[in-house]
Design a protein around this ligand. Sequence first.
Ligand code: IPD
Length: 271
Amino acid sequence: MRGRRIEFGCGRSGHDGPGGHERKGTRDHHPVPHDPEKLRDLAVAVAAEAGELAAKGQEGITVLDTKSSPTDVVTEMDRATEDLVRDRLLEARPQDAVLGEEGGGVEGTSGVRWVVDPIDGTVNYLYGSPDWGVAVAAEIDGVVVAAAVHLPVHGQMFDAVLGGGSRLDGRELRAPEAVPLDRALVATGFGYLPERRLQQARVLTEVIPHIRDIRRVGSAAVDITGLATGRYNAYYERGLHLWDWAAPGLVASEAGLRVGGAHGGRPATTW
Ligand code: IPD
């Protein structure tokens, strides 16, 4: 990469444990006051209901609004799905905080914060593609401890608990063994700002000569959970938002993949 920083990456590393989730620090310094398995069960139930709502609304969907650029779209269903997720989480756990991609966040007092991407892969959703999902993660004191990623059109529900493994439709997930870089099928993504894309395209020209091939599906939730099932060998993207990687990142790390920033630690969300 000759000095360029790739801020989010995951793939098999041969190391135990997720670089991005600080598993050891959590155990050593934070007695967990909430049961991560119960948080996972709630995430799964809410992601299932939200995925059903969004899937019913996909046909004929149009753009409601734009965010960072004219290509960064929001549909009515992004907002409706986020509203449903937030309402269900707060009905069950009124003291928790919620951070949602569409801005419907609330503060909390419990130490638990939910990180929600109501429809990850919005452009795919808009175009009638099956490659989108609902991602719900629970953080305790800033560490992701539980997650659900529902891919409704694929009919797949991924879940994970920090230190407790990840599953696909209730079956334990173990990511395939690492392959040499020149045999790695690598997925990536692009942001919505033209200057960011230009930079990402430049990075791609330096990556692609060294790998088997590249894939750009258009949903970090699909891509990063796909690492755990062997669909790709690695994923990288600079500038992913927390809601893009929090839930699928825990699924990947609990399946045995290394998840983290280019220089270790938690993936950076800044550009
Ligand atoms: C986007 C997708 C895409 C990734 C972008 C994300 P959105 O999320 O995950 O694959 O490359 O960086 O912003 O906008 O569809 O929720």
